[in-house]
Write a protein that binds this ligand. Structure first.
Ligand code: ZN
Length: 85
């Protein structure tokens, strides 16, 4: 006769959580404010259209997201970053 396979005993699987020191890239580098002249850093925070990424996407904390928003607007005004495209 066909014997039903016994279900495997469920072992308590523990999620291995990697403890991150800090999620925000600026907090990790202990940057006080985002510099509007730092174009390579600002490039990493914007989309191809030049829009600023959300906090969820960029991983910034609230303080540095605000700072990067201001920095991006300044960089646009100083023609270092594009408004569109
Ligand atoms: Zn931060």
């Amino acid at each position: 006769m066909f014997k039903k396979p016994k279900p495997k005993p469920r072992t308590a699987k523990r999620k291995q959580r990697v403890v991150e020191a800090s999620k925000c890239r600026f907090c990790r580098e202990k940057t006080v404010a985002v510099d509007f002249k730092d174009i390579p850093t600002l490039q990493k925070l914007v989309t191809a259209q030049g829009k600023l990424f959300s906090r969820k996407r960029s991983g910034n904390c609230a303080m540095h997201q605000r700072s990067s928003s201001i920095a991006l607007k300044r960089a646009r005004f100083m023609a270092l970053m594009p408004f569109v495209g």
